[in-house]
Every structure is written in C-alpha cells, then in structure tokens.
Design a protein around this ligand. Sequence first.
Ligand code: RFL
Length: 393
Amino acid sequence: MHTQVAIVGAGPAGLLLSHMLRLAGISSVVLERGNRDHVGTRMRAGGLEHGAVALLEKVGLGQRLKDIGLIVEQTDFRFDGQGHRVDFAGMTQRCFTIYPQYEIVSDLLQAHAQAGQEILFDTPVTRITGVDTKQPRVYFLKDGQEHELSCDFIAGCDGYHGPCKQAIPEGVLKVYEENYPFAWLGILAEVAPPSLEVAYSCHERGFAMSSFRAPEISRLYLQCPVDDKSDNWSDDRVWSELHTRMDVPDRPALIEGRITQKSVTAMKNFVIEPMQYGQLFMAGDAAHIVPPTGAKGLNSALADISILAPAFSAFYQRGDRGPLDRYSETALKRVWQVQRFSADMCTLLHRFPDTSEFNWRAQRERLRYMTTDPTGALTYAENFVGLPFEEPA
Ligand code: RFL
C-alpha cells in the first residue's frame, strides 16, 4: 500500500487534514485505533472560535454549523458574590459558536463517506519508521495482522497518547509541560442552561463553569482534587456544589436536570518543539495540550491543519517545500499564544490548594481588572474569540 500522506488518528485534526487534502487532489490514508462509534460519539470540546468557523465554511463544512450552531456573544464571570459580563462580541465584532466536537467529527465522517474515501478504523498504528528518509513507513494492525503503509509524508494527528512523536529523536525533541494540582469533574445534563452564555465562577470552594452543547443540554464543570473519581460525586452532591459555587443574587440560578455523564479530566499545558522532523508533521493534541479553561484545544488542532494542509498543497501543486519546512515555526507562534492565554485563564479562575490569602485576594483583583477595565476586558475578548487562522487558498 502506498499513499502520499499517511494520517495517524481520526480525531478532528486527522479528519480535517484528509478532507482538505482530498479537496486539493492529494491522496491520504487515515489510520484510526478506535472504531467508528467511539470516534463519532466522543463528548469533548464544544466551542469554536470565529477563525475555526470561517475555515470549516471555506472547506464546505459550514451548513449544519450554520443551522444548529449557537452563537455566544458574552462571558459571565462570577466572583465575590456578583456576576460581571464581558461583551466580547461587542468589543471585537466577532462571536464564539457552540458546535460540539462530535458534530464536527460527524460532518467530516459524512464528507468522507460522500466522497467514497474510506477511513481505516480498528487499525492501531504500532510504529513508524524512516521519517528521515524519502519513504517513511507506517505499521498498523488489522484483524491481528501487521500491515505496512508506505508514504511520502506522515501526519501525526494521534492525540496526546499516540505513538508518532516517539519517532522524533530525543536530542531533537524538547517537551514543555505544566501540570496543575486540580482536575475538572465534567458533567453533562439534560437541561437548558439559565441563559445561552458561558459562565465561569471563581469561588473559595473552587472553580465552576456552566456552558451548553445544545439548547437543552448543559455542560457543567467543577474543580475537584487531582485524584478524584466521578463515583465520589452523587447527582445531589454535584447540584449542591454547583449551586454553591455558581449561583449569585444578580443572576438566574442554575436549573437542575438529569445527569447523563460524569468524568474527571486532568489539567495540563504541554508543547513539543519542533512539531516536525524529516517527513513527519505533528498536529493537534499530539503536539500540544491546554487546560480547557480557555476552550482552545479543539480550535488549536484545527488551526494547525489550516497551516499544514496548504503546506502540503504548496509541495504537491507547485513543488514548493518552503511552507512545509516552516510548518513548525509557523504553527508554534500561535500555539504559544494559546498556551499563554489558557495558562492565564486556568491560574486566574481556579482556587489553588496552597494559595496564600494575599494571592487569593490579588487573584480576584486581577479578575476585577479583566472584567471591568476596558483594556483588561479587550485583552480577554480578543484572545477568547481567537487569534487569526491561516487563510487556506
Ligand atoms: P484527538 O481528538 O485526541 O484524536 C486523536 C486520534 O488519534 C487516535 N490514535 C491512534 N490511531 C491509530 N493508532 C494509534 N496508535 C493511535 N493513538 C491514538 C485516537 O484514537 C484519536 O481518535 O486529537 P485531535 O484530532 O488533535 O483533536 C484535539 C481535540 O480532541 C482536543 O483538543 C479537545 O477535545 C480537548 N478538549 C477540549 N477542548 C476544548 O477546546 N474545549 C473543551 O471543552 C474540551 N473538553 C477536551 C475536553 C479533551 C478531553 N480529553 C482528551 C480527555 C474534554 C476531554 C474529556
């Protein structure tokens, strides 16, 4: 088997890349460890920056997004018993769109099916070789048998735990990592949020957040200990803690509903440099992770592809390898801006277990500055709606 670009991973990054390559007439094969159901139903991110929406529209994936995406124009920050709204859309003339990750994946799977482009599910990649040669190879299992795919390039879109980055030699790869001393209990509930806005709460008992995935589906989060388990959280305990942390007199109280999912997620920043080596190009969570406080993980994965797909086009259509050679440098500029914003939001909104009274007091003053001072609010607004994406040709 041979293809031009072998793509490891059928998450949003891998699927968008193969979709954009097909539009440019470049062949690719997507190899995915999980099965189709697993890939299509994963409940993860929910919000798209304006640049991500523009990119999806440009590559023909804008219709359902337009039909069912929900526009958000302001964020409500709650602290010291009060709500403080930041009208980010008014400040930037851009909005944020709630469109769950599983909908993007579903649109991409549908586009692949319509184009007759097969995705190889249940095919875990075991190793890749020859990334510093003209003919790298990807080895994968299918029905227990090892198979080999030769290619011109490999795109490592295999998430944080995937195998591709291991092909970059130790002396070349630099890993930056920050782990936080708390986690998030993520809750999915069948109930409409009190209003269609994202609300963050910085409370002395810990961070809480109210968002949504659809008009009748709330997505809620509670800061919890790093080693916590979702079994420790009965539904009553979840709602009681959410009310304590989220409800303030000047905002409608949270409405309770049937909880359908609870899971604990660790918080970390992680970046590898460079994001490429030889014929291997890393994208999305495989190359960088952010704590989800700034809603950037999915957006960053799509932003990488907005750079990588046109770089492959430049190579195959014009014989110009320059954009590919500069991919890591170009992508990392945006990646680090997103890391900086996500780390700031994470630090600003959580209650650190060992924080001093001084830091806790100063933390809320930083929040007050960000929500009430025009300069502070504009800085938040510009970062939240998103830094520019590369414009695909
Ligand atoms: P993905 O989605 O992890 O896809 C990687 C794919 O690679 C496959 N894979 C392999 N395939 C073949 N062989 C192997 N050996 C393989 N090893 C791995 C995996 O099965 C998988 O299908 O990465 P991608 O495409 O880079 O997309 C990134 C996004 O998924 C991610 O950034 C966001 O979901 C992060 N994230 C959130 N981001 C937000 O912006 N807002 C959120 O609210 C938010 N919530 C979340 C999240 C991530 C979560 N995870 C990962 C724990 C909530 C959760 C629970």
